[in-house]
Design a protein around this ligand. Structure first.
Ligand code: ADP
Length: 432
C-alpha cells in the first residue's frame, strides 16, 4: 500500500483501527508510523483515553503507544472519573459523545477537583463540529478540540505539545516545591540562628553581670590589702600583680557588658561639653601606670572642647593605647598625635611599631569578635574592644580607621567634630 494511501486510510479514529490491522500485514504502514515518531521516551504519566467505543480506544492507544506514550483507558465518563481520582495523568483525550456522562460533564467534574483540574483535556468529537459545541468544550475546561475524522499527524503533534507542556509544568512544580522547601529550611535555620544569638547575648549579659559583683568586691579587698602591706614587704609584689590581673578581668567584663548593651540598643551616653585635654591626660596617666616600661609620646594640641561622653571617649583612647602596647611586644614606643583640622574635627592617632596587620584583615578588625588569626594565637583577647570603640565613635558622629603594615606597625585613628553651637540645655541635661 503506498504511503499516501495509508495516510488517507488513517483519517478518522475508526479508520485508524483498520489501519492498525493493515499494519500487521503491510510493512509500509509500519514505516509510516515510524516516520511520525520523534523518539519520545515517556517514563512517567499516562495519557487517559476515554471513549465508549472499544475500537476507537484501540486505534488511539495503538498509535500513542507506538510513539512511546504510556496510555490508560476508560469506556465511560464515570469510569474515567474514578481513574482520575486514583492516578495522575499527563493528558486526557475525551470523547464528547458518550452514553451516561458525556465528555463536557466529565470535564466539568474534573475542573472541580483540585487534584485533577490542571490535567489538559483534548476533546474528540465526530458529530458536534458546530461552533457552539467547540465553545462549550473550551468553557468546560478543555484545552483543545479535535473533530473527526482525525488526522493522526495533527493528533500526535497536539499530544506531543500537551505532553511537553505537562512535563515542563511538572518540572516547574518540582523546582517551585524544592525552592519552597529551601525557603522553609532557610527560614527555620535563620529562626534557630536568631534564637541561638538571642540566647548567647542573654547569656553574655547575665554572666557578665553575675561576674561583675564578686569581682568588684575582690578588687576592693585587694586594694585594702595593698594599703595594709608595707611597700618594702616581699608579699606586696604578689598583691600588686594580683591587682593588675583583677583589673584585666574587670576590663574584660566591662567590655562584655558593653557588648550586650550595644546588642540590645541600651548603650547609654551621658553627653556634655568637655575638654579633650583632660580626658587624654587621664587616659595617659592610667596607661603609663599600667605599662611603666613603655614610652608614650604625645604630639599636638589637645585643648579642644568636644561634645560627647568623656568617659566613653576615654574608653576608646585606653583601648587604642592598650592594643598598641599589646601588639608591640618588641618596640616600647607609642606615639599619640592630636590635631584640630580646618574641617572642625579633632583627629586623634595612636601609632605603634608592633606586629602590624595585613591589608585584607584591616577592614574587618572593627567587627564583632574579629581577631587576626596569627595575632590571636599569640595574644589573648575577645575581639570586641575595637567593635565597642567603633560604636562609641559612630555615636559621636565621628569616624575611625586603621593604616597598618605587617612587621612595621599600625596607626589607629578616629576623628570627631568639635563642640560648636551646643545649646545650654544640651550641655546641662546631657543626651542619651
Ligand atoms: P582583641 O585585642 O581582644 O583581640 P580588639 O577588638 O581590640 O580585640 O582587636 C581586634 C583585632 O585587631 C585583634 O585581635 C588584633 O588582631 C587586631 N589589632 C588590634 N589592634 C592592633 C594593633 N595595634 N596592632 C596589630 N593588630 C591589632
Amino acid at each position: 500500500m503506498p504511503i499516501s494511501g495509508v495516510k488517507q486510510a488513517l483519517y478518522g479514529i475508526e479508520a485508524l483501527s483498520a489501519a492498525e490491522k493493515c499494519r500487521n500485514t503491510s510493512p509500509c504502514i509500519h514505516t509510516y508510523v515510524f516516520t511520525l515518531s520523534l523518539t519520545f521516551v515517556h517514563d512517567s504519566c499516562m495519557i487517559l483515553i476515554v471513549d465508549d467505543k472499544p475500537e476507537n480506544i484501540f486505534s488511539l492507544k495503538t498509535i500513542l503507544e507506538l510513539h512511546s506514550f504510556p496510555t490508560d483507558t476508560a469506556l465511560s465518563g464515570e469510569e474515567a472519573l474514578k481513574k482520575i481520582l486514583r492516578h495522575s495523568y499527563a493528558l486526557i483525550i475525551l470523547d464528547v459523545q458518550m452514553p451516561g456522562m458525556d465528555g463536557f460533564e466529565v470535564a466539568e467534574a474534573i475542573s472541580g477537583s483540585s487534584k485533577a483540574r490542571d490535567i489538559p483535556i483534548l476533546f474528540l468529537s465526530a458529530a458536534n463540529t458546530d461552533k457552539k459545541f467547540i465553545t462549550k468544550g473550551y468553557s468546560s475546561g478543555g484545552m483543545d478540540y479535535i473533530t473527526k475524522p482525525i488526522d493522526p499527524d495533527i493528533l500526535l503533534l497536539k499530544v506531543k505539545t500537551f505532553y511537553r507542556l505537562y512535563e515542563q509544568n511538572r518540572e516547574l512544580n518540582r523546582i517551585q516545591s524544592s525552592l519552597r522547601s529551601e525557603i522553609e529550611f532557610r527560614k527555620k535555620v535563620e529562626g534557630e540562628l536568631q534564637e541561638a544569638m538571642r540566647k548567647k547575648d542573654e547569656f553574655i549579659s547575665i554572666a557578665s553581670h553575675e561576674l561583675k559583683t564578686p569581682l568588684t568586691t575582690i578588687k576592693a579587698y585587694i586594694q585594702l590589702l595593698e594599703r595594709a602591706v608595707d611597700p618594702g614587704d616581699p608579699t606586696r609584689m604578689y598583691v600588686d600583680r594580683t591587682l593588675v590581673q583583677v583589673q584585666k578581668l574587670n576590663n574584660l567584663i566591662v567590655d562584655l557588658l558593653d557588648l550586650s548593651k550595644i546588642e540590645s540598643g541600651k548603650l547609654k551616653f551621658n553627653k556634655k561639653v568637655f575638654n579633650f585635654e583632660t580626658t587624654l591626660s587621664n587616659a595617659l596617666e592610667m596607661i603609663r601606670q599600667t605599662y611603666p616600661d613603655y614610652q608614650f609620646v604625645l604630639k599636638g594640641q589637645a585643648d579642644v572642647q568636644l561634645y560627647g561622653d568623656d568617659m566613653r571617649i576615654e574608653q576608646v583612647l585606653i583601648n587604642y593605647l592598650t592594643n598598641a602596647v599589646k601588639y608591640s611586644p618588641d618596640n616600647k614606643e607609642i606615639r599619640i598625635d592630636v590635631e584640630l583640622r580646618p574641617d572642625k574635627k579633632l583627629y586623634v592617632q595612636v601609632r605603634d611599631f608592633g606586629i602590624g596587620i595585613q591589608k585584607d584583615h584591616q577592614s574587618n578588625i572593627f567587627s564583632k569578635f574579629y581577631r587576626v588569626e596569627d595575632a590571636a594565637n599569640r595574644f589573648q583577647g575577645l575581639g570586641i574592644g575595637l567593635y565597642i570603640c567603633a560604636e562609641i565613635i559612630r555615636r559621636h558622629d565621628g569616624a575611625y580607621g586603621v593604616d597598618s603594615e605587617p612587621g612595621k606597625g599600625s596607626v589607629f585613628y578616629f576623628y570627631i567634630p568639635v563642640a560648636v553651637n551646643v545649646t545650654l540645655s544640651q550641655q546641662s541635661v546631657g543626651q542619651i
